[in-house]
Design a protein around this ligand. Structure first.
Ligand SMILES: Nc1ncnc2c1ncn2[C@@H]1O[C@H](COP(=O)(O)OP(=O)(O)O)[C@@H](O)[C@H]1O
Ligand SMILES: [Mg+2]
Ligand SMILES: [Zn+2]
Length: 368
């Protein structure tokens, strides 16, 4: 690696490959099969969940030459990814697919020219597609220019707006678009995609390390893939759990779970000792405390409602979940004070010069 960043190389080329966005996929594939594309779309949701990818898929569906010629193929509701139109959209050279980054100065100029640009028919393709990324950054003038176009879009125009902040999109614009809401990806979905990438790229990495990358990405495929890329560029193609822990400043599940075990068994000496090691290892203590709270919260929930297992199973690896269920047996009502103590410590330590102290206090209180 990495002439081509992982996240670019593994960008889904079909709706089938777009993970975790079932609703979006279902509706758009349906529209593609029946050739009923809308003139304006609004794709909203957290970063790294597939908005730009989907915008390009829409552009490919609109202009794919194989779809235009082959009725049977069209029924798949997917682009061919091989024809000139598909390829030019993938490599960004299509003259009829204009990507505008609303957050950049150039983007503002491009929006200003939108009204004129929309009037010019596509050169070689059937549709002219305007993809406006980071649409929430548009100025009032730009929204007005866009509104004019949305009110009377020429037959050959499709506008796709993508944003992480849908509340900043004026209702007059929103109401003229077909909207899709992208979900944060689950840890499992991210981990399983990373696993496939690792296999394809010959990267040696264990499931603990993959899981830690997935959980640190907080629902963003892109963040997870960029982190994997970064870890590979460091050196060889073998990535250890420790490397991941050091890179993201977070401890992995095993350390976290062992620590929680000490707390649940009231082994304060052990807990304080591991805490010092974690602090000395340069880990982010606030992040550690947050993970610990999340862990104990799951322990508490599973103690009172074992049926919540099903709900957690999409968020956690099987063995991790089993470990937490094990710990639930140790959980007693008085441990709720521990949980409260940790939550209080978390609130204090983020503003403290000595973030370890609130945590030590919580551990000491738990000992009594
Ligand atoms: N739903 C998804 N399924 C699979 N991979 C995804 C998905 N969403 C994002 N990715 C990965 O993350 C990268 C960035 O996705 P992108 O569509 O640009 O995200 P967004 O525009 O929502 O920030 C993609 O190239 C792809 O590798
Ligand atoms: Mg994007
Ligand atoms: Zn094609």
């Amino acid at each position: 690696m990495s002439q081509l960043a992982i996240y670019r190389k593994y960008r889904p080329a079909t709706f089938e490959d777009l993970l975790g966005q079932e609703m979006v996929v279902k509706v758009l594939k349906g529209a593609a099969k029946s050739e009923r594309l809308a003139h304006a779309y609004l794709l909203a949701g957290p970063r790294g969940t597939g908005k730009t990818t989907t915008a390009r898929l829409i552009a490919k569906i609109a202009n794919c030459e194989k779809r235009a010629l082959d009725a049977k193929f069209r029924e798949k509701g997917e682009p061919c990814n091989e024809c000139g139109a598909c390829r030019s959209i993938d490599d960004g050279s299509s003259l009829d697919v204009v990507e505008i980054d609303a957050a950049s100065n150039r983007g503002i100029d491009e929006i200003r020219n939108l009204k004129e640009s929309v009037r010019v028919a596509p050169t070689t393709n059937r549709y002219k597609v305007f993809i406006v990324d980071e649409a929430h950054m548009l100025t009032k003038d730009a929204w007005n220019a866009l509104l004019k176009t949305l009110e009377e879009p020429p037959q050959y125009v499709i506008i796709v707006l993508a944003t992480t902040e849908i509340e900043k999109v004026p209702p007059t614009i929103g109401s003229r678009t077909q909207k899709f809401f992208f979900k944060r990806a689950s840890r499992d979905e991210i981990a399983s995609k990373l696993k496939k990438i690792a296999a394809a790229e010959d990267i040696k990495i264990g499931s603990e390390a993959l899981d830690l990358i997935a959980s640190s990405a907080e629902g963003s495929f892109r963040d997870a893939e960029s982190l994997l890329d970064q870890l590979v560029t460091f050196g060889d193609k073998t990535i250890s759990l420790q490397e991941v822990e050091e890179t993201i400043g977070k401890v992995g599940f095993d350390k976290l779970s062992a620590f929680a075990g000490h707390l649940l068994r009231r082994e304060s000496g052990e807990a304080l000792k591991s805490l010092t090691e974690i602090a000395d290892g340069g880990f982010n203590l606030a992040a550690f405390t947050k993970d610990l709270i999340e862990y104990l919260r799951r322990v508490a929930v599973l103690k009172t409602s074992p049926e919540m297992r099903a709900a957690f199973s999409s968020e956690l690896m099987e063995e991790h979940l089993n470990k937490i269920i094990d710990h639930a047996k140790l959980f007693e009502p008085k441990h709720l004070d521990l949980l409260k103590g940790l939550i209080a410590a978390y609130g204090q330590m983020r503003y403290s010069q000595f973030p370890i102290i609130p945590l030590e206090v919580a551990i000491a209180e738990n000992a009594q």
